[in-house]
Design a protein around this ligand. Structure first.
Ligand SMILES: *Cc1c(COP(=O)(O)O)cnc(C)c1O
Length: 423
């Protein structure tokens, strides 16, 4: 059952309540390896489900366009102060609805339509909002794209520098959605300085690792830092923009009134709670364990002959190129899901296959680390992944149900925050 319980939902809308419980059970029974997901704490769930959802608060603390902000103002100020302390930044805005709107606010703050923006190309691990063609950011601005090197699978910093000096973009993004290696913030900062560009670090995936000291911080290097709050940081669905004091006004004006109306105060409260959790000493242990688990899982996969982009991982994320296994990413991901192992198919750098049916799988260890799995279980997880990939090649459906049972059995020993099976 849910913790906190949802009795009113069960009474008033059994259809939705039933589906919510089914989703909770699904999350309980599966090895969740989607790199952008996590399990939030019951405290974050409670804040997210609170009466703050009833409130409207356009504006900023002390300068609102609606009355009745006696409690919302201190909540937002607490979230801001906690963000500043945790990430060591001069300014934080906790109002962006999610990562994509947060990134759009960065454009709004620094660029005019048509201006040049530089980012890691999407199929190389970048994000849509860093100027990819189908995104508003690629349509309304002029994108310049850098790549990873074919030989190392790592961002090609020589190319970044050459392109930046040749194209002179106004904004340079570093960070992305499928980068298994440490991002060199000082190197990006030096290039941006030389090129006269604003450097924005998008740490959506690695914010929790940075907060826990398991990845270097962009603070002091990037003028602007954008992050979601729901990935490794383990908070509610939301986002934050952080910056130097110099850019505080531009960022705030871009978020509101530039792009958004009222902030989601229930989310703001839950962000504050998550930031407090991330500032506790045990969160550093959590961040370290995420990386230790990813390394152990990567090692076990390498031992089984898997081709990992960049040859391994420094963070929570692993990108597998399945080409040498004779299986495409999508059928493998679907078979893994049926076997109780949830992840996503993903393009790999220089992927010869189409984006909707690419060659790779993307995995992350933040959720299983929250459940309490350690390096000890990673060889078993790799063995199951390997069995399913081989079964996919042979069209052997029977293996999948057997593994799903074994996965359920293993996970029963690792409690899930927010839900437990009824005894
Ligand atoms: C997840 C992600 C985003 C977007 O976040 P949403 O909340 O899904 O809009 C932006 N940038 C990067 C690098 C991400 O990984």
């Amino acid at each position: 059952m849910h913790q906190p319980a949802i009795p009113h939902l069960h009474d008033q809308d059994p259809d939705i309540a039933g589906l919510v419980e089914a989703e909770a059970r699904r999350q309980y029974e599966k090895i969740r390896l989607i790199a952008s997901e996590n399990y939030v704490s019951p405290a974050v769930l409670e804040a997210t489900g609170s009466v703050l959802t009833n409130k409207y608060s356009e504006g900023y603390a002390g300068r609102r366009y609606y009355e009745g902000q006696q409690n919302v103002d201190p909540i937002e100020l607490l979230a801001i102060e906690r963000a500043k302390a945790l990430f060591g930044v001069e300014h934080a805005n906790v109002q962006p609805y999610s990562g994509s709107p947060a990134n759009l606010a960065v454009y709004m703050a620094f660029l005019d339509p048509g201006d040049k923006v530089m980012g890691l190309s999407l199929p190389m691990g970048g994000h849509l909002t860093h100027g990819w063609s189908v995104s508003a950011t690629g349509k309304w601005f002029t994108p310049v794209r850098y790549d990873v090197r074919a030989d190392t699978g790592r961002v090609d910093m020589d190319q970044v520098r050459d392109l930046a000096l040749k194209e002179r973009p106004k904004l340079i993004w570093c960070g992305g959605t499928a980068i298994p290696r440490t991002i060199d913030f000082p190197a990006f900062a030096e290039i941006a300085r030389e090129a006269g560009a604003v450097l924005a670090a998008d740490i959506a995936h690695i914010a929790g690792l940075i907060a826990g000291g398991a990845h270097p911080s962009p603070a002091g290097h990037a003028e602007v830092i954008s992050t979601t709050t729901h990935k490794t940081l383990r908070g509610p669905r939301g986002a934050m923009l952080m910056s130097t004091a110099e850019h505080a006004k531009a960022i705030d004006k871009a978020v509101f009134p530039g792009l958004q109306g009222g902030p989601h105060d229930h989310t703001t409260a839950a962000i504050a709670v998550a930031l407090k959790e991330a500032a506790q000493p045990d969160f550093a242990g959590y961040a370290r364990q995420i990386v230790a688990n990813a390394r152990a899982l990567a090692d076990a996969l390498l031992e089984r002959g898997y081709d990992l982009v960049s040859g391994g991982t420094d963070n929570h994320l692993i990108l597998i190129d399945l080409t040498n296994k004779g299986v495409a990413g999508k059928p493998a991901a679907q078979a893994l899901d049926r076997a109780g192992i949830e992840l996503n198919y993903n393009a790999v750098p220089f992927d010869p296959r189409k984006p909707f049916d690419p060659s790779g799988l993307r995995l992350g260890t933040s959720s299983i680390t929250t459940r309490g799995l350690t390096e000890q279980q990673m060889p078993q997880v790799a063995a199951w992944i390997d069995d399913v990939v081989q079964a996919t090649a042979k069209d052997d459906e029977a293996v999948l149900a057997r593994i799903a049972d074994q996965v359920r059995e293993l996970l029963a020993a690792y409690p899930m925050p927010g839900w437990a099976p009824t005894p």
